[in-house]
Structure formats: C-alpha cells, structure tokens
Write a protein that binds this ligand. Structure first.
Ligand code: C2E
Ligand code: MG
Ligand code: MG
Length: 724
C-alpha cells in the first residue's frame, strides 16, 4: 500500500548498532605523507584512499562517496578550495578537514566558509590531527543519525497522518473547552458536515439532545483527569440537509476518549481530548431488530406474550401505587381453525393480521394489544375507573369485527370470544389476571361464542373441574367407562326400524352418565378422540353383528366420526378392517360426518371418503343445513345420506310449507340421496316431514337413545305410530 503522492514510508535509515566503516580520502601531493597518514590514523572501521591532485580527488569522488576528506590546501593542479567548490556544487555531504601550511588566518576562514568542517595547520602534531579526524567523524555520525531520525519521524508522521486521515472511524481532538481542534475527513462522509465548519465548534453541538447530559457528565467526570480512557455510546446528529432518503437524523457511535492531561509537579490539568468514534448504527439496528423480534409477534408485529406480561406487571405496580384499576382481556378468534385448515395457513395469516388491525383500532394510546400465539390475543387496559369502561371496549371490539374480512376465497365474518378480568377484583398478578380472563373467554366459547363475559369466581371452579375431567377422561377406556346407546331410525312408509345411530355415553364414576357434548370436544382437544372412535367403531360393529344374528339382517348402523379421525392416514383401513372382522356387509355401516369436515379438505377428506365409498361403506352428512354446505361439496363428496338437523325440525310450526326442509328434500332428491330427519319429538313434526317428502326419522317421539338391550326389546315391538 503506498500513500498517494508520497514515498513509501518505511524508508527509515538502518538502525543497526554496528555502523558502516568510515571511508577517508587523503588528498596530498606529498606521497610520504599519504603513506604515513593511514597508519597514523588507523582504527577499526576506517578505510583509506589517497591521491595527490585536485583532478585525482574529483575522480575518486565521482566514483564513490567518503565520510571524510583530509584535504591539502596546496595541490599541483589547484587548491583544496577547488575540491570544496566541487563538493558544494554537488551538495555532497563529505566532511572535510583542510590541512595546510598556510598560516594565514584568511586561508582557514576561506576554507571553513566554503564548507570545510575543520582546519589543521601544518606542521601539526599527530595527536592534533587524530583529534580533528575523530571529532569530525563523530560530528558527521551525529549529523547522519540526526538526519535518519528526522527522516524516520517524517515517515512516521506521514504514516500516522495517513492512518488517521483515511480511517473509517471518526478521529478528532477537543481543546480544554470541548471544541474541535482537529477532525479527520471521515466526518464529512459519516455525518455530512464540512470539516472546516466544525473546527472550533463545541463537540456537544453534535450530540443528540437526549444524550447531551450523559455525554457532558462523562467528559467532565473527575476520574478523567487521571487520564484514563473511557467509552461511551452516543448519537451524533447530522445536519438537516444530509437527511436524504433513508438516512437517519443521527448516527450511533461508540466513542473511545483519551483525556489529554498536562502535569506540572503534582498538579494535573485537563487540556483536551483525543476521540475515536466508530459508526455502530448498523449493529444498533440489528440489535433493535433482534430485540423487537424477541418481544413481538412476527406475523402481526404486535407485542408478544413476554412483552405483554412485562407491561401487565408494570401496570399492576402502577395501579397498586395509585390505588387504581385495570382490565385484562383474553380474545380468541372463533372458528379460526376452520379457516386455517380449509383455506391454508396463508389465508389464516391474512385473517389474523386483519383481526389484529381491527382490534388495534378500538384501543387508546397506552392500551396494549398482544398476540399470545395462534388465534389468541390479549388486551391490557391499564387505566379504567369502572368495569363499564372495559365493557365499552369489549363491545367496540365485537363491533369492529362486524364488517367481514376479505380473504382470497371470499368474505369471512370473523367473530371473537372475549373474556375480561379486572384488577384488583379478579387477581393481583399477571398470571392470575390472564388466566381468569382466559377462563371467562372459554365460558363465552361454550355458550355460543361471539360475545364477551367478565370473570366470575364460580368459573374458576368450572375450570378446575375441566382439568379434573381431562385427567379422568384419559383412563376412561381402560376402566371400561364408555357405553354405547342406540337410537332407532324409523321408516314411516315401511313402518319399521331401518337403522340405529350409535351415541356414546360416559359412565362417570361420580357425575353419572355424561353425554358426548361434555367430553367429545375435550377428547378432541387432548388427542384422545382417535382411541375413542376406534372403540365406538368396534362396539357398534359388534352390536350390529349381534342384531343381525338376532333377526335384523337389514338393519343399518350409523356412527359419528370426528374431523380428527380424518387427520389419520389409517382411517380407511381401520374402518374396513373392523367391518370385515365383524362380518358385516360394508353398506350396512354408515359413517356420519359434519359439514365442516367437508370444507376442511386439508387432510384429504374427500379422497378418504371416496376410498370408504369404494369399499362399500355409507356416508351421511350429520346436522345438515347448519354448517357451510354448498352444493359443490355434495358433488365432490361421495355422500349417501343427509340428516336434517333437529333445529329445522324444531322450527316446524304446523305450516306444511317449510322452505328449508323443502329445499333439503329437493337437494336429496336431486342428488339421489337418502334423507333422515333428526330430533323428531312430536307427531305433528313427523307428519309434516312426511308430507314434505322425508320418510326416515329419528327422535324422542319414536325412542330415546338407550342401551342395546332396551333397543332390541323396542325393535321387537311392532311400530304402531299413527304417523305410519
Ligand atoms: P348427533 O350425531 O346429531 O346425534 C343426535 C343427538 O340428538 C344425540 O345427542 C341424541 O340424543 C339427540 N336427539 C335425538 N333425538 C332427539 C330429539 O328428539 N330431541 C332432542 N332434543 N335431541 C334428540 P347426544 O347423544 O347427546 O349426542 C350429541 C352429539 O354428540 C351427536 O350429535 C354427535 O355429534 C356427537 N356424538 C355422539 N356420539 C358420538 C361418538 O361416538 N363419536 C363422536 N365423534 N361424536 C359423537
Ligand atoms: Mg349423528
Ligand atoms: Mg345430528
């Protein structure tokens, strides 16, 4: 690397301790003297040459250089002054001792003026000449060393100046008043100031106002008087005209400072500062991103669980001091899984982001909305004076979601279930408040979703019960606590039982017989449903085989499958193996699935249903009409039977003209599907259904679900229903 326009800086003179030999030229026309002098002056490290005339001397000097010339004044072809002139004209550095018989002082002065270093008058004492030679050589050596030293210094200064001026760091010095006394050119690129504009200006003028106090204190810390270095992170501002494009108003630097201290005796005086400031903006930005990521959710850029807890703890501490109140809300998106599973994660993400934006719009400055993960959000209202304030916000949240969210598959009306816990009433720790808001939210979910609810201590008991239930459910199969009940399906036109639906019951050791609504969702949540479904399948098939042997060979058995069953790849083989094991014709087994499963085709539900159909099994859509059924699904899925949901049956009010049931019967006829009406409780309902074209029915009007023995008994009785 070479410095532009400069010599390489490592030209420093040789620093070896062993000096070069001193070369001495004797110029004298007396050959005897020329022979004698080298012996008289001989010493280690001296090399002699000699000649007897000006012309010869010049020839020697042209050929080589000497350290010293012993120059006779009178020479055959001129004087020693001619040699001196020759040397001067060529700026030669040889030292010269003029030796002359001339005793005129003028001759000596003339010689010294023309550059001789010393003058020795003939005749001289040998010792006198030896001294003169010794002295002159010594002086020359000193001069050389001195020259070498200055050369080294100059090179070193050039090197340091180069290093400082081309440094990627900002290097500066301050005077005792803290004003710039030097700045390297880096300041122009880094901050955008002209160097000259900053000289004599106070350093603190460049420091961002927020940092001034801290920097001032460090610069003037008493310890700095002892000369210790210090480091400091600070922001230096750019001139306004330099904030172009992406550039920030300031640059973050790490400053290393070395105070310059002058000492006189015991006294120390601060006279200024050397400073090196390194641009660490990039590192800072990276750190900020990492910190942001640690405390924020990447999808919505909302605070995450950690930051929420932090803010909540802070808010609790504030409220404690002020004697104030605060609210924590737990918000869970209803049916989110459906969107995610049916339309894919990308659509789910769009929905979550849209919900996050809607929720944010309902909050005030100072409130915190966080995403805990999945479809769960929390809200902190750190400053409320009464529960109604939280209720007001909860209503705003629900209202903000009334407008559907546009997804690429169409509009989706998102709703949320929202639970509220209040400080200090419902807890005084972040954990308690969040958990209680969660429990209240869960309660909203259970009672129909899309609403809000305050925490109520009795909910806590429910929550605890739920945890207990979960533990008990885990061992229920092994303890043989499940039981199947069966509900007949009756054909009115044929006046006989055509099938039964297997409905699961749990003989809970303490709570008695529990219906599936209590434990099936929990079993799905905790991953037990697979085992339960296999148990139901096996028992239902066993029961059907038994009834077939008991004289009901045409009976059909329906059983309910969960969407989770279709997540498993072995669902088809599990069912077909079971049917074969019990020797049942596959078409006698009907699998009931719900409409929601049909749009959740992520697990390849359609493909699995096709395989089941090909294996001869029957497929029924349960609770038809309540979900998202679209005719397109009926085309894609190999369905045999539609089960009209009991809510439609309940709504039958005597008018034979029921548009929904008519539509469903129309669909069934159009697609060539069987129809079963569920929840038929009264004879009028049965009559209307029959009039509308529905023949097979299931409901309390005919029989309640009951154990196999009861149903067998019931089936053996003739059906004497007036509707038949
Ligand atoms: P579902 O498949 O629609 O079953 C019909 C439900 O309606 C049964 O409730 C039955 O007792 C009830 N029901 C029948 N007739 C009437 C009536 O006339 N009036 C009224 N009000 N209700 C009637 P259950 O047994 O409590 O089952 C509830 C739901 O639990 C079932 O609805 C089904 O979705 C699910 N389920 C039942 N057993 C199983 C099972 O083994 N596995 C799975 N995954 N789900 C099951
Ligand atoms: Mg069913
Ligand atoms: Mg049903």
């Amino acid at each position: 690397m070479a410095i532009p326009g400069e010599q390489p800086f490592c030209e420093a003179t040789d620093l070896r301790s062993d000096p070069d030999p001193s070369r001495i030229l004797i110029v004298d026309d007396d050959p005897a003297l020329r022979r004698a002098l080298p012996q008289l002056l001989a010493q280690d490290g001296r090399i002699f040459a000699d000649c007897g005339a000006v012309s010869e001397a010049i020839a020697h000097l042209t050929a080589t250089t000497f350290d010293l010339i012993l120059l006779d004044y009178r020479l055959p072809d001129g004087t020693g002054l001619d040699v001196l002139d020759w040397l001067a004209n060529r700026q030669r550095s040889e030292a010269v001792i003029m030796i002359s018989g001339e005793d005129a002082i003028e001759a000596a002065i003339g010689a010294l003026r023309r550059g001789a270093d010393d003058f020795v008058r003939k005749p001289y004492h040998v010792a006198q000449l030896q001294r003169a030679v010794q002295g002159t050589l010594h002086k020359t050596a000193l001069e050389r060393a001195n020259q070498a030293m200055s050369q080294r210094l100059r090179a070193s200064e050039r090197l340091h100046r180069y290093l400082v001026e081309s440094s990627p760091d900002l290097i500066f010095t301050l005077d005792a008043e803290g004003r710039f006394s030097y700045l390297n050119p880096r300041v122009e690129e880094l901050l955008g100031y002209e160097r000259s504009r900053l000289l004599k200006r106070p350093f603190l003028d460049l420091v961002m106002p927020e940092d001034v106090d801290r920097v001032h204190r460090t610069l003037h810390a008493p310890r700095n008087l002892s000369g210790s270095t210090f480091s400091l992170e600070l922001r230096l501002r750019r001139p306004r005209e330099a904030w172009v494009g992406e550039t920030q108003e300031y640059v973050t630097v790490a400053l290393q400072g070395v105070p310059m201290i002058q000492r006189s005796g015991a006294e120390e005086r601060y006279v200024g500062l050397y400073g090196v400031a390194r641009d660490i903006s990039e590192r800072k930005r990276a750190e900020e991103i990492i910190t942001f990521q640690a405390y924020h959710d990447q999808l919505t850029r909302l605070p995450n669980r950690v930051l929420f807890k932090d803010r909540l703890e802070l808010a609790i501490a504030h409220a404690q001091r002020r004697g104030g109140a605060l609210a924590v809300m737990f918000v869970d998106v209803d049916r989110f899984k459906l969107v995610n599973d049916s339309y894919g994660h990308a659509e789910g993400d769009v929905l979550l982001r849209a919900i996050a934006t809607r929720l944010s719009s309902t909050l005030r400055r100072g409130d915190t909305l966080a995403r805990l993960g999945g479809d769960e959000f929390t809200i902190l209202l750190p400053d409320i004076s009464q529960p109604e304030d939280a209720e007001f916000i909860a209503r705003k949240v629900l209202a903000a979601l009334e407008e559907p969210v546009t997804l690429s598959h169409g509009d989706f009306r998102a709703t949320v279930s929202l639970g509220i816990a209040l400080y200090p009433r419902d807890g005084d720790t972040a954990e308690a408040l969040t958990q209680h808001a969660d429990i209240a939210m869960y309660q909203v979910k259970r009672s129909g979703k899309n609403g809000f609810r305050f925490f109520d201590p009795t909910l806590n008991t429910y929550h605890r019960d739920r945890i207990t239930l979960e533990n008990e459910l885990r061992g229920a199969i092994e303890r043989n606590e499940f039981e199947l009940h069966f509900q007949p399906q009756v054909s009115l036109s044929r006046a006989r039982v055509v099938g039964t639906e297997a409905l699961l019951r749990w003989k809970h050791p303490v709570s008695g017989l529990l219906g599936p609504d209590v434990f099936i969702p929990l079993a799905e949540e905790i991953g037990l449903i697979g085992d339960i479904s296999r148990w139901v399948l096996d028992r239902a098939c066993a029961q059907l085989a038994e009834w077939r042997r008991a004289g009901f060979p045409d009976l059909k058995m329906s059983l309910n499958l969960s969407s989770h069953d279709f997540d498993r790849n072995d669902v088809v083989s599990t069912v077909t193996d079971c049917v074969h094991r019990h020797g049942i014709p596959p078409e006698r087994l009907e699998l009931e699935i719900t409409e929601s499963m049909m749009i959740q085709d992520t697990a390849g539900v359609a493909a699995k249903l096709h395989e089941l159909r090909e294996a001869g099994l029957s497929i029924a859509i349960d609770d038809f009409g309540t979900g998202y059924s679209a005719l397109a699904y009926l085309q894609r899925f190999p369905v045999n039977t539609l089960k009209i949901d009991r809510s439609f049956v309940r709504d039958l009010d005597g008018a034979v003209n029921n548009p929904i049931i008519s539509a469903i019967t129309g669909i069934a006829r159009g697609f060539g599907l069987e129809l079963v009406a569920e929840g038929v409780e009264r004879i009028e309902q049965a009559e209307i259904l029959q009039a509308l074209g529905c023949d097979v029915m299931q409901g309390f009007h005919f029989a309640r679900p009951a154990p196999a023995a009861v149903i067998l008994e019931w089936m053996r009785q003739p059906i004497t229903d007036p509707a038949c």
